[in-house]
Design a protein around this ligand. Structure first.
Ligand code: SF4
Length: 466
């Protein structure tokens, strides 16, 4: 059972601005590497001759299986060099690995420490020290002085850019980011049913519940809305860049960018009438995911692999319904609640539960957010999320060559179309339905447990086999 409660996951934790192509395999390892560097910065290493110090990073499980395609090595180098995925420009991030291959020293704590990414990033398997991994995305950072281990950190990348430490004593997962779990929230909830009950009993809109809780945790409505506005702008910028870029995506699969061409066809009306409505959200989603695949700036929603769905749905509804900025922000808040429920009761990690946890979760978040923005009741919002997830249950993760390109880019287009459909279906009903969202999430968790490892972001099964 996840020790973290859904009501303690902030919308700003669900939506993180960062660099592509993966939140679990790029953003999280980069943050972990930066953390390790900052820790070393606090150490006194003056007694050690620089040529006797060496850094080593071990990548296990899915991080090892698909890390090359997901640019994990480049992200780790950038983190060790002091760059943050939110603050650094993508060009600066991707320049560090080749620079280190030329000159294999990294400057930390005023020392030039040996670090050759080709030798010192080690790609390992499914056990660590002959024990099962604590998580399919596990990494170990080590600092050596000659043969003496000076510092070691074992961390897990649990999806969506979240990093959790391992308790060094028990070897078990620690509840990261729940440092404020003692705070008594005005509207506590840890299930979809409890969330709806809070809305109905207190006669509050879904986003008002979160605004009140976040304010109690120290984040004012003004601060939250300012950050949400930046998130919406970043999402829109990614759409624009994607709609205006062409060429081959990096990684060796020779995948051609398609969003720009499709956008041109849509603008000129050269698409069959019956397909036009679905192609607008599709082209927006593909634009973002092509940017993600190219290592550009995107927002986890809840992951990078699924980062196209929410921007596409928000842009489509904004254009069609002329939605106000505050409504768009409210929609993000509601979407984040669904993401938090999945994170705490199932998983948003492709390496843990397959693509149902990424594109499936994103579709559910987008459906719920759309229903909320269009005036849905709490029951309709919950139903929209349930439809969004229900029709992704069991979906595997099998990216070809470990790149977040095929099937990922088109999968986001499909997710965006399904999200709008799910919202429309729920808004056309009274919100009464047979399968609850809580039940669907439990099925998702169980399906993830039953899913063969080769379908969980390892590129050893399914489409990845060619
Ligand atoms: S198949 Fe889905 S979960 Fe796997 S990398 Fe692609 S988007 Fe992510």
């Amino acid at each position: 059972m996840n020790p973290l409660r859904a009501d303690h996951v902030s919308p700003l934790a669900m939506f993180k601005i960062g660099v592509g192509p993966s939140s679990s395999h790029t953003v999280a390892p980069m943050v972990a590497a930066l953390d390790f560097k900052m820790y070393i910065d606090t150490m006194r290493l003056l007694h050690a001759a620089p040529d006797q110090l060496r850094l080593q990073v071990e990548l296990y499980g899915s991080l090892s299986a698909t890390g090359k395609g997901h640019r994990t090595d480049g992200a780790i180098c950038a983190g060790l060099a002091g760059l943050h995925p939110r603050l650094a420009k993508p060009e600066a991030i991707w320049a560090i690995l080749p620079a280190l291959q030329e000159r294999p020293f990294i400057s930390i704590a005023e020392r030039d420490i040996n670090f050759n990414p080709d030798k010192d990033i080690v790609w390992l398997g499914w056990s660590m020290d002959s024990k099962a991994l604590p998580h399919p995305n596990t990494m170990r950072f080590r600092l050596w002085h000659r043969n003496n281990l000076l510092l070691e950190q074992v961390l897990m990348s649990v999806g969506g850019g979240f990093v959790e430490p391992i308790d060094p004593l028990t070897g078990l997962r620690k509840a990261a980011c729940d440092h404020d779990s003692d705070i008594k929230l005005p509207y506590p909830y840890n299930s979809a049913q409890e969330f709806m009950r809070q809305c109905i009993t207190n006669k509050l809109a879904a986003w008002q519940i979160v605004l009140a809780n976040e304010s109690t945790r120290g984040l004012s409505e003004g601060e939250l809305r300012k950050s949400l506005a930046e998130i919406l702008t970043t999402m829109d910028d990614a759409i624009e860049r994607g709609l205006n870029s062409e060429g081959i995506l990096p990684g060796g699969l020779n995948v051609q960018r398609r969003a720009k061409q499709l956008y041109k066809r849509l603008l000129s009306g050269k698409v069959p009438k019956w397909s036009g409505g679905d192609l607008w959200p599709s082209v927006y989603a593909m634009a973002v995911n092509e940017e993600n695949a190219a290592g550009g700036t995107v927002v986890t929603a809840p992951t990078n692999g699924s980062s196209g769905i929410i921007p596409a749905v928000w842009r489509t509804l904004r254009e069609a319904e002329n939605l106000a900025q505050e409504t768009l922000e409210n929609g993000l808040i509601v979407a984040s609640v669904i993401g938090a429920l999945v994170k705490t009761h199932a998983s948003i990690s492709g390496a843990e539960v397959g693509c149902q946890g990424e594109v499936g979760t994103s579709c559910a978040m987008a459906s719920a957010g759309a229903a909320a923005m269009l005036g849905g009741t709490p029951y309709q919002i919950e139903q929209a999320a349930e439809i969004g997830i229900e029709h992704h249950l069991g979906m595997t993760c099998d990216p070809i060559m470990g790149l977040v390109q095929v099937p990922c880019i088109e999968r986001n287009a499909m997710g965006a179309v399904k999200a709008l459909n799910a919202a429309a279906l729920s808004l056309a009903s009274d919100g009464q339905h047979l399968v609850s969202l809580d039940r669907a999430l439990e099925v998702m968790r169980q399906t993830g447990l039953d899913m063969n490892q080769k379908y969980k972001e390892t590129s050893t099964g399914g489409l990845a086999l060619g």
